[in-house]
Design a binder for this molecule. Structure first.
Ligand code: P1T
Length: 442
């Protein structure tokens, strides 16, 4: 399997029925994040000049002789729109191979299937509820997979190493974690994994930060995972997942490509086209998500009705230094410009994606009142769209985690998770403030 055209590798061949002229693509290797997001995989059509890729709905492709085709045989194994999206994803994550799947969860299933039977997975303990459910209830009950859920933020090296087993094949990191926004020091976990004889792969679920704020491959990860449903697509109208791997993992990428086709949990051409359109504005949206989330987090912090605000860009977050030092090069540039522009504030806060969690004073009743009092934040699961959403993880996205474990993780009934959208900053701040007032007015 040859790498997809990427930021680091000179592209070859056709990516989506559009000619990937080497001259244009070669220049792209030196271009910034937003330029790659817009141009890689979206080269003007060589036949018609169309600047936007056509949607290729065909399920099958004419062969000029048996086995003689133009790179496409059957749409489950390869489709021009999916291929184009995969090359864009590889380009913006700084990887060589991109693979798209029908959902984040289908991506989880495929990557865990690739481990084979009787593997052990070491996962961060505060992980998306659906990932926990898949590892325990699907892989555990049907594939003989065993698992350990470990506090990868606070445990010392010896404690983490003692959780590795001879058959540990995968370390699953989510950073920041969903929904308590704890950070994992990725290079540290990579170092520990590499030092263990089982040499497990390190996968980072980069959904919450998106390729804009974090580049886990640059930090040594083997696989980057995304629920594309969230920030990458960005418009709450596509369910999709993806993996990106670096050039050193050709054999693994081939195996995953085989499973992608054999299992068949692939995204449609239309969804691939939509996601590619969405990610052309990823850099613009992520800057706005971060700016708005910081403003909302500060407003919550100054409210008497709020017990605790969790946002890694706030100096009060215990891992704010790690957040800052692990920013991708392109995010660091943005954050530095942001801080220069707002130098008068000078409180060491900075935008760090769009997710904010907070504990409202009281319990389930107050949380419910708040969530039904907002005007712009919609009470709904999911995140990462342009519109602001709010939810109670204990009863919604993390309901599949046993109550005792939720308690240990700090996912109580008064924990509210906000996905801060890209509406006008002051409208969102006003909405949160008025909803808090409404919750506590008698
Ligand atoms: O929903 P799906 O595309 O299958 O992605 C699963 C997934 C994986 N990883 C993380 C960090 C996630 O947040 C999700 C999905 N999460 C939600 C639906 C949610 O509201 O948290």
């Amino acid at each position: 399997m040859s790498p997809a055209p990427s930021y680091f590798d000179k592209p070859t061949g056709l990516t989506n029925g559009h000619s990937a002229t080497n001259v244009t693509s070669f220049k792209l290797r030196h271009d910034g994040f937003g330029t790659r997001a817009i141009h890689v995989g979206s080269e003007p059509n060589s036949e018609t000049g169309a600047v936007i890729p056509p949607i290729s709905l065909a399920t099958t492709y004419k062969q000029d002789g048996v086995g003689k085709h133009k790179g496409f045989e059957y749409s489950r194994s390869g489709n021009p729109n999916r291929n184009a999206l995969e090359s864009t994803l590889a380009a913006i994550e700084g990887g060589a191979f991109g693979l798209a799947f029908a959902s984040g969860s289908a991506t989880t299933a495929t990557v865990i299937t690739a481990l084979g039977p009787d593997a052990h997975i070491l996962s961060v303990n505060d992980v998306y509820g659906g990932t926990y459910r898949y590892i325990k209830r699907v892989a555990g009950e049907n594939q003989g997979v065993t698992s350990s859920f470990v506090n990868l933020q606070d445990e010392d090296d010896a404690a983490i190493l003692s959780a590795f087993q001879p058959n540990t094949k995968l370390v699953w990191i989510e950073s920041p974690t969903n929904p308590t926004l704890r950070l994992v020091d990725i290079p540290r976990i990579v170092r520990l994994a590499k030092s263990h004889p089982s040499k497990p792969l390190v996968l980072v679920d980069n959904t919450f930060l998106s390729p804009f704020y974090s580049s886990p491959l640059l930090q040594g990860a083997d696989i980057v995972y995304h629920s594309v449903t969230k920030y990458i697509n960005g418009h709450s109208d596509v369910v999709m997942g993806a993996l990106v791997l670096p050039a050193r993992h050709t054999a693994l990428a081939e195996k995953l490509r085989f499973l992608q086709n054999a299992i068949g949990a692939v995204p449609s051409a239309y969804d691939s086209w939509l996601a590619q359109r969405g990610l052309k504005t990823l850099h613009l949206r992520m800057k706005a998500h971060g700016t708005n989330a910081l403003a909302v987090a500060k407003a919550l912090q100054s409210s008497p009705y709020v017990e605790d605000v969790i946002y890694p860009g706030l100096p009060s977050h215990p891992q704010t230094a790690l957040a800052y030092h692990s920013l991708s090069p392109h995010a660091l540039k943005f954050v530095e410009q942001f801080r220069e522009q707002y130098a008068s504030i000078d409180d060491n806060s900075f935008p760090y994606s769009g997710m904010v969690s907070f504990r409202i004073r009281g319990g389930a009743e107050e949380a419910d009142k708040f969530l039904t009092s907002t005007r712009l934040f919609t009470l709904a699961e999911s995140l990462g769209g342009v519109e602001s959403l709010a939810e109670v993880p204990a009863q919604m996205t993390h309901g599949s985690i046993p109550p005792a474990e939720r308690e240990l993780l700090g996912i109580g009934d008064n924990l509210i998770r906000l996905s801060v959208g890209v509406e006008e900053t002051e409208d969102l701040v006003r909405d949160v403030e008025q909803a808090l007032e409404a919750t506590f007015s008698t």
